[in-house]
Design a protein around this ligand. Structure first.
Ligand code: SAH
Length: 386
């Protein structure tokens, strides 16, 4: 193959090109080491990210890592793609993260809460469409929901979904709580939890969040979730303001240490009503590169091709699957609220009904030789199976 041949170029006058080749060689070696040991040291991660950045004009290493990650993904999951029905149930949030359109100080954000009946209706439709996992995602909303606190309401709603659709998994993505509350959600039947760590670098974390939030507490939450027995997901935004190769190296090392079952990454996309309105978005290439690196480090993890990736690149989700992802998360929220859950600008899939989204993704996956499966899509090592 052309790329492998290029590594053996030997004409002496091609020094510059050879230096470039040496650089590429190192990147290939690091990729091979990652693939065979599922580990890189911090300085190796930095060399991989820096080396690739230096060589912006040359996409060979991206193709190489992408292809290698795709092979690993196919080895573990074949050409099956798991789906999760995403229900964005509240746009209220007590936090003020600098990057997020739902931040509490965004007075232009439209706030809504779905009722339990609306959520159960989403599940009914979703079940008929073949979903066997429902993800309840929202801002950190203390409520009240009717006469209940936010946490009581979540517990009650999880219980209702589990008793209505016992063969379906419920995933929560509702932010930071005490261990005690996480345990209550788990006892009510939530078996999975998504909580991106956002960045594992303390100074970078500080620059993305207000003083009321801390990396320490975020990590405490993740460790509690794992300890309770949730299939736990974490992750980060690619290209968030201030992120450098060292931050990414720390993200990788943290993920390796935590051993989450799920890893969600997507590009940072600016939102016009946040302090980061004028920052540039992360790129699809960087996101796909990180995604492939994660697949090599965690061969059997559940990794979605995210909506944010589909937002910055029309075939972003297909490209994500081809770079090693194996999950997609179509939106099941009622169309009337879709636009109000505006984490970032130009978010896709805000106008279509659930059935259209599902059909669209089915076609997209088929176009690249993959198919959506009707399955809870548990992690291969998860204790409880259906
Ligand atoms: N309140 C929940 C859910 C947050 S929204 C929680 O704290 O976990 C889910 C994810 O969207 C966040 O974790 C963040 O990584 C991502 N997100 C938020 N704003 C974004 C932006 N501007 N661009 C890209 N992703 C963003």
């Amino acid at each position: 193959m052309a790329y492998q041949q290029k590594l053996f170029l030997s004409r002496p006058e091609e020094t510059a090109q050879r230096n470039n080749m040496n650089e590429e060689n190192i990147l290939v070696e690091l990729t091979e080491k990652l693939k065979s040991t599922q580990h890189l040291d911090k300085d190796e991660w930095i060399s991989l990210f820096d080396g690739r950045k230096k060589d912006q004009g040359n996409r060979d290493i991206d193709d190489y890592i992408g292809m290698t990650a795709r092979e690993i993904s196919v080895e573990h999951f074949g050409h099956d793609v798991y789906t999760r029905g995403l229900i964005e149930f509240t746009s209220f949030c007590r936090n003020d993260c600098y990057y997020c359109g739902l931040r509490s100080s965004n007075k232009n954000a439209e706030r809504y809460r779905l009722t339990k009946d609306q959520i159960l209706e989403c599940c009914r439709q979703g079940y008929d469409l073949g979903f066997r996992t429902f993800v309840l995602q929202g801002g950190e909303d203390p409520g009240p929901f009717g006469n209940m606190t936010g946490d009581e309401w979540i517990t009650d709603t999880v219980r209702s979904i589990r008793s209505g659709w016992p063969d379906c998994a419920v995933t929560l993505s509702v932010g930071e709580r005490s261990r005690d509350i996480y345990q209550k959600f788990f006892d009510a039947g939530a078996e999975r939890f998504l909580l991106r760590h956002e960045t594992a670098d303390p100074a970078h974390y500080r620059s993305l969040h207000p003083a009321s939030l801390s990396l320490e507490n975020r990590l405490r939450c993740l460790r509690d979730l794992k300890d309770i027995g949730y299939q736990t997901g974490t992750g980060f935004m690619v290209g968030s303001p201030g992120q450098n190769s060292e931050c990414l190296a720390e993200d990788m090392l943290f993920i390796e240490e935590l051993q989450p079952e799920m890893i969600g990454i997507g590009p940072f996309v600016p939102h016009h009503d946040t302090p980061f309105a004028r920052e540039s978005a992360g790129t699809a290439e960087d996101t796909l590169f990180c995604l492939s690196a994660l697949r090599l480090m965690m061969p059997d993890a559940l990794i979605p091709a995210t909506t944010a990736l589909g937002t910055i690149l029309p075939d972003g989700r297909e490209r994500g699957i081809l770079a090693g992802a194996n999950v997609i998360m179509p939106n099941l929220s009622p169309v009337s609220v879709r636009k109000k859950y505006e984490l970032y600008d130009n978010k896709i899939c805000t106008g279509e009904e659930a059935a259209e989204c599902r059909g669209c993704l089915e076609r997209r996956m088929m176009s690249i030789g993959y198919s959506i499966v009707v399955s809870r899509g548990d992690h291969p090592r998860a204790g409880r199976r259906y």
